[in-house]
Ligand binder design. Structure first.
Ligand SMILES: O=c1ccn([C@@H]2O[C@H](COP(=O)(O)O)[C@@H](O)[C@H]2O)c(=O)[nH]1
Length: 223
């Protein structure tokens, strides 16, 4: 399986469909997140899914258990390959999210966003370093019956050791020399894959390239 899921972050449904169609055969799937879903809803997702690529719905659900479970049921018709929830929602929320998802959908928990560093965690009252907090939330996700976690490439090797059959989604990826933008915990796609990432989430390095398909091929060539 091609591990690269391209993050298509746009409110424009036609742009998303065109980009997905142009990347078919070059990436393993498409990740649609809050920006796309807020603008286009489930109907927009269905249009991108019609390109034939597996869909990763990165909605980072985080609410009381009943609300998250209901939202998960409402997404079921879209048959997403992967859906995200926030590990910080706690055990009952995670368990009910997984129970409400279609059996073929992998439910993965976001641990510490790749845009955060130790200082950011401290400012929200988390005294732990990112790696320690990822470890804690990975154990919670595993014990709650989830399929895996989202973490940075810096933590995936340790997480994989602690959860050998877990599914590890890694964003915050940049080919060497490229701009990190708002991402703070960044590694290269190759480093993440070598460390045990199951899925490599790559957005702007592909979508903002002059030739996105070529950029995706170039990245695949480094793996
Ligand atoms: O911790 C996280 C969780 C999710 N994301 C999402 O991944 C992509 C990354 O896009 P880039 O353009 O490659 O930075 C984006 O959709 C985020 O919402 C993340 O970056 N970090």
């Amino acid at each position: 399986m091609n591990p690269v899921f391209v993050a298509i972050d746009t409110p424009d449904p036609q742009q998303a469909v065109d980009l997905a169609a142009s990347l078919r055969g070059t990436v393993g799937g498409v990740k649609l997140g809050l920006e796309f879903f807020a603008a286009n809803g489930p109907a927009g997702v269905a249009k991108v899914a019609a390109t034939g690529l597996p869909i990763f719905l990165d909605l980072k659900l985080h609410d009381i258990p009943n609300t998250v479970a209901s939202a998960m049921r409402a997404l079921a018709d879209l048959r997403p390959a992967i859906v995200t929830v926030h590990a910080a929602g706690g055990r009952a929320m995670l368990e009910q999210a997984k129970a409400a998802a279609p059996v073929e959908t992998k439910v993965v928990a976001v641990t510490v966003l790749t845009s955060l560093d130790a200082g950011d965690l401290d400012s929200i009252g988390v005294a732990a370093a990112p790696a320690e907090q990822v470890e804690r939330l990975a154990a919670l996700a595993r014990d709650s019956g989830l399929d895996g976690i989202v973490c940075s490439g810096a933590e995936v090797e340790a997480a994989h050791r602690a959860w050998p059959d877990g599914f590890f989604v890694v964003p915050g990826l940049r080919p060497s020399g490229s701009d990190s933008g708002d991402q703070k915990r960044v590694v290269t796609p190759r480093q993440a894959r070598a460390s045990g990432a199951s899925v490599l989430v790559i957005g702007r390095p592909i979508t903002k390239a002059e030739d996105p398909a070529q950029a995706a091929r170039d990245i695949a060539g480094t793996l």
